[in-house]
Design a protein around this ligand. Structure first.
Ligand SMILES: *Cc1c(COP(=O)(O)O)cnc(C)c1O
Length: 389
């Protein structure tokens, strides 16, 4: 066990990791897992990791579970990092790569976070699980809950993509449809969780989903020979993927696993113009996001008007020298179709948004032709028949 404690991402207060916890007791903001990285460095050599059985649990020393044999897993992680030479040429870029998260169980990167969080919740004694979800998180929690043998209750917006709801119900979850957005669903779960005995796995309201997602950053470094790319574009909703990878890169630095001279990536948070609180906050220099009045987009994973991790995300984007870009629904669908046509990757609308954002950044010179750029296709287009129809 290399996990030592949890630390508040805002006030820095530490607390023990030996029981179920959600937010910081002092300030009510997200907690993050801290590891004894000196011990990790002595216990494992970075180049040994690739000889272990495939999947994200081969990075067990930097994951929270004491005994990785107890992991609740469906084979998540170790997704391909694909060259995208035709799309790169269309955008004037020499080295464009796509980390294709659509190959995860349940068709999105949400599987990574739920594997880690459900494993820890079960190990620490949770008897029932719950979460609000605008889309893929619900299906993933339903699947991992079933795998763990724990009942799952979800609250989803009434207009959630049909496939997300069907998947959740097929995996045995109880789905409650709520009028409103994920924020309203979050309130619905929050009002009932304690009384019903549910452990609430809302985005960043427990510390371990981000630990699963950060492994995307470890896999990326390993695949590139322990060097990082110059630029990462990430479709940003609640922000766990982004803050998770930034955390992974800090840990890699502390572990001394990166090659000398490796770039530190600039993060580009890509949002839908119908719901772009992080883009607005960055543009106005704010350290908190303001919820849009009528959040709307077909990219369900990006319809997160009031993310609890707003300060954390804004800090990491700014510290990386990054930026944030909003893309309208027509352009994000067009971007997904371009990825399909040029590279054979049928991306989710969230992933499609990255293509449109990158076109603008390449045209303006913010991304230079010789830079290595990675797009994270966070899920499969197959789960969005309504949006593509
Ligand atoms: C949830 C989701 C996102 C947003 O991810 P965060 O890490 O919460 O910002 C992006 N794309 C897809 C497909 C998603 O399901």
């Amino acid at each position: 066990m290399f996990l030592t404690r949890l630390e508040c991402t805002e006030c820095g207060r530490a607390c023990s990791a030996d029981r179920l916890r959600r937010l910081c007791d002092a300030c009510g903001l997200p907690l993050a897992a801290a590891y004894d990285l000196d011990r990790v460095r002595r216990a494992v050599a970075r180049d040994d990791l690739r000889r272990r059985p495939r999947g994200q649990w081969r990075f067990a020393e930097v994951l929270p579970l004491a005994d990785p044999a107890q992991a609740v897993t469906l084979g998540e992680g170790d997704t391909p990092l694909l060259d995208a030479p035709r799309l790169g040429a269309a955008l004037g870029l020499r080295r464009l790569l796509v980390k294709d998260e659509s190959l995860n169980p349940t068709g999105s990167f949400k599987a990574r976070g739920m594997s880690a969080a459900v494993s820890m919740a079960k190990a620490l004694g949770a008897r029932a699980l719950a979460a609000p979800s605008a889309g893929n998180a619900g299906g993933a929690l339903a699947a991992y809950g079933a795998r763990a043998g724990l009942p799952v209750t979800l609250a989803m917006p009434r207009d959630v993509p049909r496939s997300n709801r069907l998947e959740a119900e097929a995996c045995g979850a109880t789905v409650n449809l709520i009028d409103g957005t994920i924020a309203d669903c979050g309130r619905w779960i929050g009002e009932r969780a304690e009384r019903e005995g549910w452990f609430d796995l809302s985005t960043l309201k427990e510390p371990y989903r981000v630990e699963g997602k950060k492994i995307m950053g470890y896999e990326l470094a390993e695949a590139l020979g322990w060097r990082l790319p110059d630029v990462i574009l990430y479709p940003t909703g609640g922000g766990t993927g982004l803050v998770g990878m930034a955390k992974a890169f800090r840990e890699l630095d502390a572990l001394g696993w990166l090659e000398p001279g490796s770039p530190r990536p600039r993060f580009v948070a890509v949002q839908a113009s119908g719901c772009a609180p992080i883009v607005d906050a960055l543009a106005s220099g704010a350290d908190r996001a303001r919820a849009p009045a009528r959040p709307s987009t077909v990219a369900a994973g990006l319809r997160v008007p009031g993310p609890i991790g707003d300060r954390w995300m804004l800090r990491d984007i700014r510290a990386s020298g990054g930026t944030a870009v909003a893309v309208d629904d027509e352009s994000l669908i067009a971007g997904a179709l371009e990825l399909g046509r040029l590279e054979g990757i049928f991306a989710c609308p969230e992933g499609g948004a990255l293509v449109a954002a990158l076109r603008g950044l390449a045209a303006s010179g913010w991304v230079r032709p010789e830079e290595t750029v990675v797009l994270f296709n966070t899920g499969t287009g197959l789960k969005y028949p309504e949006a593509f129809a």
